[in-house]
Write a protein that binds this ligand. Structure first.
Ligand code: HEC
Length: 274
């Protein structure tokens, strides 16, 4: 863990960058070059680490009617075993009979271990601009941090896992809404961009690996950690589809599809993004 002083300095740098402190020199460079530069700058002091610390506190503190911590949560590797877990999710869990992603599984642990209400926990999973990170954002940041550097290996052995990936693929290519867009409209060609942002071709292994590995990410422009469920939610919004429900089957299936595409990659989350 890096020093708090270092973190504070990085957070200050991040907010300066949001304010556009790049100046005219950077404006001449491509946006991607610029983004890479501040990623490099912040790589050894990602403000997400502050959120990870909040998450660790929430993870280890006894709470809820059962006055229990989340330390016995099973993310697929056995109770309390977090290392490498998130790169192997979504996966089938026999105790629920469902394929679950990291976020829906954490909610499950909160409900079963702490005796809290799922509705209350997921009422507002994403923080608003300038707000404190939510409980989910904090827990997710902490949990992902335990798997940084581990290999992505989203399983396809249980029939439910295979079905989840297949549905995810179907959703990825399903066109609809006012623009008749699918995910593939923006994410299935090379060198496509929207305004100034590069659009990764998620049907290709390398960009799929980079994308899956990078989320959750600290969004400099929003000053917040954004989770994989948020990423799906926000792309549904960009696609002008109906609001994607947090932890829904559709969201999990899309993440399974992307995860299987990304197998063999290396987890980097929580990363830093524009
Ligand atoms: C209208 C275009 C558009 C559509 C349709 C769209 N996205 Fe996106 N997506 C974007 C943009 C723009 C970004 C990059 C956002 C950024 O960097 O701020 C992005 C980023 C992503 C990322 C993160 C990539 C990375 O490397 O960090 C993933 C994963 C993703 N989209 C998945 C999806 C999925 C799944 C769908 C279908 C539900 C979808 N997108 C539909 C525009 C779109």
């Amino acid at each position: 863990m890096r020093s708090v002083k270092h973190l504070a300095a990085s957070a200050a740098a991040a907010s300066l960058l949001t304010m556009g402190a790049f100046g005219p020199v950077a404006a001449q460079k491509s946006t991607e070059q610029g983004i890479q530069e501040y990623r490099d700058m912040l790589a050894d002091g990602n403000p997400a680490e502050l959120v990870e610390l909040l998450g660790e506190d929430l993870w280890t503190k006894p709470r809820g009617p059962k006055n229990a911590s989340l330390e016995q949560c099973d993310l697929g590797k056995g109770p309390g075993k977090l290392e490498g877990a998130v790169g192997q999710m979504p996966r089938f869990f026999s105790d629920t009979g469902k394929v679950m992603d990291v976020e829906s599984r954490i909610v499950h642990c909160i409900v079963t271990l702490q005796g809290r209400d799922a509705k209350e926990v997921t009422a507002k999973p994403f923080s608003g601009a300038g707000q404190r990170p939510t409980e989910m954002e904090s827990l997710v940041a902490y949990v992902y941090a335990q798997s940084r550097g581990t290999t992505i290996a989203v399983p396809q052995s249980h029939p439910e896992e295979i079905a989840s990936r297949a549905r995810g693929e179907k959703i990825f290519f399903f066109r609809g809404g006012p623009y008749d867009f699918s995910c593939a409209s923006c994410h299935a060609a090379d060198d496509q961009r929207i305004r100034l942002q590069g659009l990764p071709n998620l049907t290709k292994t390398e960009p799929a690996q980079a994308a899956f590995a990078a989320w959750p990410a600290y969004r400099v422009s929003q000053g917040a950690v954004r989770t994989m469920q948020w990423r799906m939610y926000d792309c549904f919004r960009q696609q002008r589809f109906p609001e994607l429900q947090y932890g829904s089957q559709a969201a999990i299936d899309l993440i399974t599809f992307l995860g299987v595409r990304a197998n063999g990659g290396t987890m980097q989350a929580t990363s830093i993004k524009r």
